[in-house]
Design a protein around this ligand. Structure first.
Ligand SMILES: [Fe+2]
Ligand SMILES: [Fe+2]
Length: 281
């Protein structure tokens, strides 16, 4: 056996005006301030950090997992806050964004996200997955996106899916612990092997519980808060932006690294000092 690096990305929501987009000069739409920040994090923080890890561990194999909601076609037409509904434009923009990671990876697994964002039959997640080099096809189907996937790297078993425990808002560490426990119970009952690493997207929140079996991970998103988020709880913690990397060697997890970035919220506003204009008169 040798060393493998597993890179995990989730919830890019390309197409939504609060989410990451590749600043393609040929498009009529130009990214807003928040989108520019998310792309800046992607380009100048996250990708170089992943490259640095690859330089350090010099893996024999690099695997990329896309945990769903990579594009957002707003299938249920619940918002007008999308910059396009053209699936080819969304696919091309997402594929261009992903290119540096796809180039690093020898194989790619994509799982399907939430129907309302991606559409039926895998929707935009399938469309993106089918356009990536080295996508692992779903067994028995002529498709490249999976509802969930199990794969083994260097003897370490990974399980990935989009949805985690059915929670009303974000996950938290308790949610991750109960997810891990539920998997142990179900798999033990069925006489199945328990995965060593379990990862979920969907929550737009970054969390992990190291030194547990399974090592349970919530992978962050590449989207800033939407109107939906503010409706649920206007003071909620800003969704986390980032990704996750797991390094495995000879049957062991040797590193689980969380990349978490947060957009700075507006500072408390105060009026400028001085006498009001009307008093001067
Ligand atoms: Fe999402
Ligand atoms: Fe989702």
């Amino acid at each position: 056996m040798g060393t493998s690096v597993e890179i995990q990305i989730s919830d890019m929501h390309v197409g939504h005006k609060t989410a990451i987009m590749y600043p393609d000069g040929n498009l009529d739409y130009k990214p807003n301030k928040g989108q520019k920040w998310v792309f800046w994090v992607w380009q100048s923080q996250f990708l170089p950090a992943v490259e640095k890890l690859l330089d350090k561990y010099k893996p024999d194999h690099v695997h990329l997992s896309l945990l769903g909601d990579m594009g957002d076609i707003d299938w249920k037409k619940r918002t007008s806050f999308v910059w396009t509904r053209d699936t080819e434009i969304i696919r091309d923009n997402a594929v261009t964004l992903l290119k540096p990671l796809v180039n690093m990876a020898d194989s790619v697994h994509s799982v399907r996200g939430t129907l309302a964002h991606i559409g039926e039959g895998g929707g935009i997640d399938e469309y993106i997955a089918s356009d990536l080099d080295n996508s692992v096809p779903a067994e028995g189907y002529k498709q490249f996106s999976h509802w969930y996937a199990l794969f083994e790297l260097e003897g370490v078993l990974f399980e990935i899916a989009h949805h985690g425990k059915n929670r009303s808002k974000w996950t938290d560490l308790t949610g991750l612990i109960s997810l891990g426990n539920e998997i142990i119970l179900k798999r033990t009952k069925n006489g199945q092997r328990i995965p060593d690493v379990v990862s979920r997207g969907h929550f737009h929140w970054s969390g992990h519980i190291p030194d547990t079996k399974p090592y349970t991970v919530a992978v962050a998103s590449w989207q800033l808060p939407t109107d939906y988020v503010y409706r649920i709880d206007p003071t909620v913690e800003t969704p986390h932006v980032g990704g996750h990397v797991v390094v495995v060697r000879d049957g062991e997890i040797i590193k689980g690294e969380r990349f978490k970035y947060m957009y700075e919220r507006s500072k408390v506003w105060k009026p400028k000092k001085g006498i009001r204009k009307w008093l001067k008169k």
